[in-house]
Ligand binder design. Sequence first.
Ligand code: IVH
Length: 678
Amino acid sequence: MTADSAEKRVAELCQQIDHHNYLYYIRDQIEVPDAEYDRLMQELQDLEHQYPQLITSESPTQRVGSTPLTAFSEVQHEQPMLSLGNVFTEQDLIDFDQRVQDRLGKQDSERSMESLEYVCEPKLDGVAVSLLYRDGKLVRGATRGDGSQGEDITQNVRTISTIPLQLQGDGYPQTLEVRGELFIAKSTFEAINADALKHDQKPFVNPRNAASGSLRQLDPRITAKRNLEIYVYAAGWFEDGELADTHYQRLMQLHQWGLRTNPEIKKVQGVAECQAYYEEIGKKRDDLPYEIDGVVYKLNSIELQDQVGFISRAPRWATAHKFPAQEELTTLLDVEFQVGRTGAITPVARLEPVFVGGVTISNATLHNMDEIKRLDLHIGDSVIVRRAGDVIPKVVQVVKERRPSVTTEITMPDKCPICESEVLRDEEGIIYRCNAGLYCAAQRKESIKHFASRKALDIQGLGDKIVEQLCALDLLQSIADLYQLKSEQLVELEGFGEKSANKLTAAIEASKQTTLPKFIFGLGIREVGETTAKQLANQFGTLDAIQNADQESLEQTPEIGPIVAAHITHFFHDSHNRAVIEGLLAAGIVWPDIEVSVVSEGVFNGLVFVVTGKLEQMSREDAKQKIESLGGKVSGSVSAKTDYLLAGEKAGSKLAKAEALGVKILDEDQFIELANIL
Ligand code: IVH
């Protein structure tokens, strides 16, 4: 290839790759399979290697720089980066709108006639960023700093795949500054923290800290690994060109030029619709893949925005409507130790009650003693607690500056707080356990709750509170005693009448018709969850066979390793457990026979499968195990070696790739038929 044609090809490749990135990140579409994209990237890298003079800073190969900075340099914002005022209640919102109308000089008579148009947006809880484009090329990224002066983080923002290095299309001003929020998705945050813990590093307190910590890295190679994302929320300063005259249309323009805007953004009329938006987003909040701390309302017309103006550092034409905080400060009053179903002893924080995440909490989990050590937590400390969504509240940080002069250290008791048996540390040294098994009242109680739970015997109406009462009255010594309960005994319970007592005994009676997997799961064998219980049932077919299986044959079961196998044999060798099982069977618990699928063994011998998308009738894990149990192999990515792609709902790039490579595609029903599962 001549240098001339190489130059043309490099430009073409840059343009094509940018286009595919745009489709992928901005439009949620794909035009070519991953493999094709990888080939384009490879070709570009090869050409640039051969002709280094053709490398431009906008080339998609040049996102991650390799020279760490020694410090960030300062950036003067051409137009200050403002903050927002807040409203907390519907009345505050109405007042805000009134003030805007006042500023616009609206007469009382006009107000009810014609409401103002607002744009509603989620308020992302991340880090504000300014991106500067000249002639469509990203030339600078900066933090907000104090609003007038920020830090130059160009090297780092260049690594973020959702930020285009080159704008798409045309019509953008020659100089265009764009503002947005950088954030880390909830799932990425979990992964970063899991990794930090694995490497004995300190995890981040929340996704916002993770985002800002990742951005403050002087070495862009670290930032590149953190998977930061962006949603842009405004056009800032611009020169030599025009932008639309409403905020909403401007966002549409930014989107067209390849900048990522939030799909939840909505144009509304008047404050009643603003309030409705706030409530709607509030309901969605836990399901959104990123953290938000409220919504933002902005007057749509730029002309009206200019008329309304600013107050000190915030616009008068926009405001943030905050959700109740998810983090609050409180005091650790005490630590108690709870004994779980398997005897694991968990420290639980007793807190000065505090309103957080929409509810008042007075307890939070502390997981284990390592966590207490990591937090350097003492009784009496001021702590930050966090409750996001339905998640159990958590102590995330100690505020050392507020530590009182006298605090108490937290130590694990050496006797079980319930039955006073000896407490032992498990092999890894992290979990402490009461070894008394069902002799321990706490473990007994928890094992009954587990047995009655939905995925086990599903005894309707037998909630935790009732189990606790029954245990307190000594009516239940083991799960088998459930089937001896009489309505006359139940009527004695708090809140019970004859009707409810009869209803519960009927539910207990009905639970006798179950399935073998549910029964096995309900026994509460350590490390035997729902899936393992199903596998045991499928592999062995009968309870007898499972009870008598030795370590070796248990390990033949998919996904069961030596540790789980040991827990299973240990459980069934225990005479108390055997007696409980006999009691249950004597009470009349039955299940339909299971056909062990020997006929189809090996039908997938030597075949390579890839599983993708959402399956309806089984989990992906179940499907993988089925494939392996029938002699097939499961691979993570589609290639020419793949024989079948099992594609569920919303299968994405793997499906496209399989189609491109001519790999056979099975939907779930076809797979079930082929594997002869039913
Ligand atoms: S607009 C002129 N829109 O909230 C208005 N800000 O408290 C300037 N934020 O520093 C901001 N989502 O980092 C705006 N959709 C959104 C936002 C948003 C998050 C952050 C932003 C800003 C802070 C203001």
